[in-house]
Ligand binder design. Structure first.
Ligand code: ZXD
Length: 439
C-alpha cells in the first residue's frame, strides 16, 4: 500500500531515504545553460578555501555565476566580458546564441551509464533564471529561445532509457530575473535572494511543474527556499513524495528538512551517521570553463579516491560535468568518467549496495589511507596509496582470507600480531586503489 504524506513536517519526517539512493553511490551532476556560452571564470579557489566575501564573489571561479560576476562591474570576468562582447552586451543576449546544435541526449546517457553512474541531476533553472524546460511561468526558457527544445524532458527520457535515475536541480532562492543586486558576500546572497511573495509563488509553481511533468527521483534545491514561501514547503514536499514515492530531497530548504545533507568542495560537513552527498566540479567550476584544461582538473586517481572515501563514510559522490554550449562534453571530462566506470566495473562490488562499516577509515599518511565498506556479510578493505606503485600497510583487528577484486592486483597478505599486513606490489589497472574482499 503506497504511503500518503500529509502536508505537515511530522508526516514528512516519516520519509525514509530510499534503497536506490543508499545503494546508488555515484551520480553525475550537469550544469548547462546560458553561462555555457561565455564559458569563462578565473581559476581561483575551491569553495570553502577562502571566506565567501568580496574577494571570492568578485573572482568567482564558478562559470555559472557569470551574470553576477559581470554585474558587480569589476574583476576578471567583467574585464573578459567587456573585451570579448563589449560593455553594452547584455547577458540575456546569450539566450539566442545558445544553440546546443551538437547535442545528442542519448549519447550523454550512454556515457553516464558507461561511467557507472546510477543517477543524473540536471540544472533546470540556475541562478540566472533561464529555464531548460517549457515553463508556463516564463518565456525565458530553452523551448522559446536558443536550443528551442525541452532539454529537461529530452535528457530525462534518454537517461531513463539507460535505466538510470533522473534528478532535477532548481535554484530555489536565487533568481536574478527577479532580484539582481550585485552579490559580494553571503549576506547579499541571502538578502538579494528574491525577497518577494511574487517570487515565492513563482518558485513554488515552477517546482510543481517540474514534479508533475518529470517526476524526478531527486529534487535538488539550491542555496535555500524563499522565506516568503516557507509555508508552502510542507505541501510542496508532501506532493513530491506522493508523486514520486522513492524520491529524495537535499538539505537546502533553509535547514527545515532533508533526506540527505550536502557538501560542496570544502564547504559543508559530513556526518557518517546520516546519508550525505559530496558534489564538486571536475575543476573549480560547475559550468563549463573553457580555461580549465586537462591539467587543471581533478586527476582520475583523485576522482576515484574521492568516490571511495565518500562511500566509505556513508556518502554519495555527485560529480559534475560542464558541457560546452554546443552540447559536446569536453574530452578531458569524458576521459575521467570512462576511467571511473572502468574502475567500478572491476571494483564496484565494494561500492554499489555497500553500507558504511563500523570500522572507520585509517589515515596512515596524506598519501596512504585504508577505507572499509560492508555488503552481504563481506568486509571490503580499500587501500588508497596515492601516487605510490607499491605499499605495505598493516590493518589492525583483521583476520581471515583477503582476495583482491582486481585479478591484476599483485599483493601478499600475511597475518601479523592483531591484524593483516597487505603488501601491494602492483595495483594493476586500479589507479592505486586496491580493493580486497575479506571472507
Ligand atoms: C553544488 C552546486 C549545485 C553549486 N551550488 C551553489 C551554486 O551557487 C553553484 O553555482 C552550484 O550550482
Amino acid at each position: 500500500m503506497k504511503k500518503r504524506y500529509a502536508s505537515t513536517w511530522e508526516s514528512l519526517k516519516e520519509h525514509q531515504v530510499p534503497k536506490w539512493y543508499e545503494d546508488g553511490k555515484f551520480g553525475i551532476f550537469i550544469h548547462w545553460g546560458l553561462y555555457s556560452v561565455p564559458a569563462f571564470a578565473p581559476q581561483t579557489w575551491e569553495l570553502g578555501e577562502v571566506p565567501p566575501d568580496e574577494t571570492w564573489f568578485s573572482n568567482n571561479p564558478y562559470a555559472e555565476w557569470y551574470y553576477n560576476s559581470i554585474n558587480v562591474g569589476y574583476g576578471p570576468s567583467y574585464d573578459y566580458h567587456v573585451q570579448k562582447y563589449g560593455k553594452d552586451f547584455k547577458y540575456e543576449q546569450f539566450a539566442d546564441m545558445w544553440k546546443a546544435e551538437k547535442w545528442n541526449p542519448a549519447e550523454w546517457a550512454r556515457l553516464f551509464k558507461k561511467a557507472g553512474a546510477e543517477y543524473v541531476v540536471l540544472t533546470t533553472k540556475h541562478h540566472d533564471g533561464f529555464c531548460l524546460f517549457p515553463s508556463e511561468y516564463t518565456d525565458y526558457n530553452a523551448w522559446r529561445r536558443g536550443p528551442q527544445r525541452d532539454i529537461v524532458g529530452d535528457l530525462t527520457d534518454a537517461v531513463r532509457e539507460e535505466k538510470l535515475r533522473m534528478g532535477l536541480y532548481y535554484s530555489g532562492i536565487v533568481d536574478w530575473t527577479f532580484a539582481d543586486d550585485p552579490i559580494l558576500n553571503n549576506e547579499d546572497l541571502f538578502h538579494t535572494a528574491s525577497p518577494t511573495f511574487a517570487y515565492a509563488d513563482y518558485a513554488y509553481n515552477q517546482s510543481m511543474e517540474l514534479i508533475d511533468r518529470y517526476a524526478p527521483s531527486v529534487f535538488w534545491n539550491d542555496i535555500g527556499w524563499p522565506r516568503q514561501g516557507e509555508q508552502n514547503l510542507p505541501y510542496l514536499l508532501s506532493h513530491y513524495y506522493n508523486t514520486v514515492e522513492d524520491g529524495v530531497v537535499n538539505d537546502r530548504f533553509n535547514d527545515l528538512f532533508h533526506d540527505f545533507t550536502t557538501k560542496e568542495y570544502q564547504s559543508g560537513s559530513a556526518n557518517r551517521r546520516e546519508k550525505w552527498e559530496m558534489c564538486r566540479g571536475m575543476g573549480l567550476s560547475f559550468g563549463y570553463n573553457a580555461m580549465e584544461s586537462d591539467d587543471k582538473i581533478i586527476s582520475i586517481e583523485d576522482a576515484i579516491s574521492l568516490l571511495v572515501s565518500t562511500v566509505a563514510n556513508n556518502g554519495n559522490l555527485l560529480l559534475n560535468i560542464g558541457p560546452r554550449a554546443d552540447g559536446t562534453i569536453p574530452e578531458e571530462q569524458e576521459k575521467r568518467l570512462l576511467a571511473i566506470g572502468e574502475w567500478l566495473r572491476v571494483n564496484g562490488e565494494a561500492i554499489y549496495g555497500s553500507r558504511c562499516s563500523s570500522r572507520e577509515s585509517i589515515k596512515y599518511t596524506d598519501q596512504i589511507q585504508v577505507h572499509f565498506t560492508e555488503r552481504e556479510g563481506a568486509l571490503y578493505v580499500l587501500i588508497d596509496a596515492k601516487g605510490r606503485s607499491q605499499v605495505a600497510v598493516t590493518v589492525p583487528g583483521l583476520r581471515g582470507n583477503a582476495i583482491p577484486l582486481d585479478p591484476e592486483v599483485d599483493a601478499e597478505i600475511t597475518a601479523v600480531d592483531g591484524g593483516l599486513c597487505f603488501t601491494v606490489k602492483n595495483f594493476g589497472s586500479s589507479q592505486n586503489i586496491a580493493v580486497f574482499r575479506l571472507n
